[in-house]
Design a protein around this ligand. Structure first.
Ligand SMILES: *[C@@H]1O[C@H](CO)[C@@H](O)[C@H](O)[C@H]1NC(C)=O
Ligand SMILES: *[C@@H]1O[C@H](CO)[C@@H](O)[C@H](O)[C@H]1NC(C)=O
Ligand SMILES: *[C@@H]1O[C@H](CO)[C@@H](O)[C@H](O)[C@H]1NC(C)=O
Ligand SMILES: *[C@@H]1O[C@H](CO)[C@@H](O)[C@H](O)[C@H]1NC(C)=O
Ligand SMILES: *[C@@H]1O[C@H](CO)[C@@H](O)[C@H](O)[C@H]1NC(C)=O
Ligand SMILES: *[C@@H]1O[C@H](CO)[C@@H](O)[C@H](O)[C@H]1NC(C)=O
Ligand SMILES: *[C@@H]1O[C@H](CO)[C@@H](O)[C@H](O)[C@H]1NC(C)=O
Ligand SMILES: *[C@@H]1O[C@H](CO)[C@@H](O)[C@H](O)[C@H]1NC(C)=O
Ligand SMILES: *[C@@H]1O[C@H](CO)[C@@H](O)[C@H](O)[C@H]1NC(C)=O
Ligand SMILES: *[C@@H]1O[C@H](CO)[C@@H](O)[C@H](O)[C@H]1NC(C)=O
Length: 487
């Protein structure tokens, strides 16, 4: 994949808002181009408001991004920055193509949506695009660099993937790169003339922009509601207006990766942002608001939660690599804790091989990770709960209970309001030395909670109670607080 950012050009439409009980929702200016937020009754700061689509997306916690197209058959990881590389269509020959098997793997990981690379930078489409266009020779031709010109002509990976996803009950979405297309000799959003390779077709910039719009129309109108749309590297200023309007009319409910520029120009009401690294680690402090490609900003009026995309293969390899080793289960657990456990949606790469299947070693690793998450986090330790009006949340246990981690979740319906928290516990062993009165001992602390925050303890501790309190810009509603013993 290789993200190339900073080329994002767009314009804004954050027209939405969830009504809160007593407070007025503010916009910086009227119309479609401003963020939705409310004012803190406590300190007057801005509290960014989410759309229901953004919250539903954060709830999914884990998705996958599927890299499978002609670059699967190359030794390099895609056509990125190699303008005269145009792999021959005859290479694309997935003899055992089975998208149901992809979705089985995705389900075993516990991922709730999958975003398919429908066109990457080589320009090859894995659906039989019917788009036609005018060449520089004034000839109208078909977009003749698709699965229909490959040995598996008659098949359609995109449709097959969507059907499998629907059967397997996961959301589906598409990645389509707008800025690069080697087939049409497009680099960084424009047709170049400096390099030339057999098979490429010479067109104008305006023809290219029409091809993009026509292919996005195929993808966005024929496959139902999309969960996520990925703009890797964004779009050009010329493309922006028409793409924004296509989004508004055809896919208003999709969340849009790179949906906002850092300067506040947005093309979707449901933007999500890149965390700024492909390593699979969000900053400890990751807010649901803010537009920069990092941990975000609690004061930003833009609700724009973060997505952490990373690979299962080593070496930042996105397309299937022959003999590419996999990251260990231990490393992937760490990735989970540093993404989902830090308020960032984990989008894990899925790289089917040249036969069209997820290789067995990869399938096994996804399942191991999914099993770990289910076993560790699926069954919280039973406890009694009490809450108070100041947002203090406490758990009590009938007997001394060993725990080694805590999972905090904030209800963000009216925005993310907790600014910091502290976790205290009544340590079971300290009872004797305190004549029955057990004081709270400080266990862990942090800033952002948002959708989810997981704190791992250095070692298991035996406790009879746990208390979490916080600082906030409005009385917080804890969605849940749970403790677990996993190691
Ligand atoms: C293609 O058509 C345009 C407009 O009619 C004309 O200006 C141009 O010279 C033609 N190009 C070729 C290669 O025939
Ligand atoms: C296409 O537009 C780019 C700017 O985006 C420009 O650099 C390039 O020269 C144009 N190409 C053609 C063939 O007009
Ligand atoms: C697509 O068709 C054009 C026009 O016939 C041809 O010049 C070009 O080589 C073809 N490209 C591929 C990749 O087949
Ligand atoms: C692709 O390979 C086929 C079969 O080897 C060949 O006939 C065709 O000319 C090649 N296409 C291009 C654009 O090189
Ligand atoms: C593509 O078309 C442009 C404009 O007609 C021309 O300058 C350029 O040489 C053409 N490139 C090739 C490789 O034919
Ligand atoms: C698709 O989303 C729209 C609103 O964005 C909704 O009205 C429609 O019912 C949805 N369709 C399906 C099949 O879920
Ligand atoms: C953001 O930058 C783009 C160009 O990079 C510009 O077109 C747009 O107007 C800017 N938006 C704002 C809100 O300043
Ligand atoms: C993959 O590993 C096998 C067995 O070690 C070896 O024979 C083969 O050459 C390797 N292929 C590549 C592309 O590295
Ligand atoms: C957490 O506690 C440590 C040790 O008391 C302190 O240095 C740090 O500032 C605290 N962090 C937060 C976010 O409150
Ligand atoms: C949280 O509770 C602890 C223990 O009672 C107390 O020392 C601390 O000041 C409280 N912090 C906040 C932010 O209320």
């Amino acid at each position: 994949m290789k993200l190339v950012l900073g080329l994002l050009l767009g314009s804004c439409s954050l027209a939405h808002g969830l009504t809160s009980d007593s407070q007025t929702i503010k916009r910086d200016d009227p119309g479609v181009s401003s963020p939705s937020y409310r004012i803190s009754p406590i300190d007057g700061s801005k509290i960014a408001l989410p759309t229901k689509e953004q919250l539903a997306w954060q709830d999914k916690e884990i998705g996958v991004i599927i890299h499978f197209e002609i670059a699967t058959y190359l030794s390099v990881d895609g056509c990125n920055n190699i303008p005269n590389l145009l792999p021959n269509q005859s290479l694309f020959d997935p003899v055992s193509l089975n998208t149901d098997q992809w979705v089985e793997t995705i389900n075993s990981l516990g991922a709730k949506y999958a975003t398919l690379v429908a066109k990457h930078n080589c320009g090859f489409t894995t659906w039989p695009s019917e788009v036609t266009f005018l060449t520089r020779d004034n000839e109208t031709i078909h977009y003749n660099y698709t699965i229909a010109q490959s040995p598996v002509h008659g098949k359609d990976v995109v449709t097959s993937f969507v059907e499998s996803a629907q059967k397997g009950n996961i959301g589906h979405g598409f990645y389509y790169s707008l800025m690069w297309n080697n087939f049409l000799n497009v680099q960084s959003g424009g047709v170049i003339t400096s390099s030339w390779t057999p098979g490429q077709v010479n067109i104008t910039n305006s023809t290219y922009n029409q091809v993009v719009l026509d292919q996005l129309t195929e993808l966005w109108t024929q496959h139902g509601n999309l969960t996520e749309i990925w703009f890797d590297g964004g779009y050009t200023e010329t493309q922006q207006v028409k793409i924004q309007s296509l989004l508004e009319t055809q896919q208003p409910g999709a969340v849009v990766f790179n949906g906002c520029q850092t300067n506040g120009t947005c093309i979707s009401a449901n933007p999500v942002r890149w965390i700024g690294t492909e390593a699979g680690a969000a900053p400890e402090e990751t807010w649901s608001s803010g537009l920069s490609n990092d941990g975000g900003d609690p004061q930003s009026p833009y609700f724009c939660p973060a997505e952490c995309d990373t690979t299962l293969q080593t070496g930042d390899r996105w397309f299937y690599g022959v003999n590419q080793t996999l990251r260990s289960l231990e490393e992937m657990k760490d990735v989970y804790h540093k993404t989902v456990g830090r308020n960032c949606v984990l989008e894990l790469d899925l790289a089917p091989d040249r036969s069209g299947l997820v290789p067995s070693n990869q399938a096994a690793r996804y399942k191991e990770l999914g099993d770990f998450i289910k076993t560790c986090y699926g069954n919280p330790i039973a406890h009694k709960v009490s809450r108070n009006e100041k947002g203090i949340y406490s758990l009590t246990f009938g007997k001394p209970t060993s725990i080694d981690r805590i999972v905090l979740m904030e209800d963000q319906t009216n925005g993310q309001v907790i600014r910091s928290y502290e976790v205290y516990a009544k340590i079971a062993d300290s009872r004797s030395s305190n004549g029955g009165h057990v004081p709270y001992t400080f266990i862990s602390n942090g800033t952002s909670v948002g959708h989810k925050k997981i704190d791992l303890f250095n070692k298991a501790i035996s406790v009879t109670g746990v208390l979490v309190n916080s600082t906030y810009v409005d009385i917080p509603k804890w969605r849940s607080v749970s403790v677990h013993l996993c190691d």
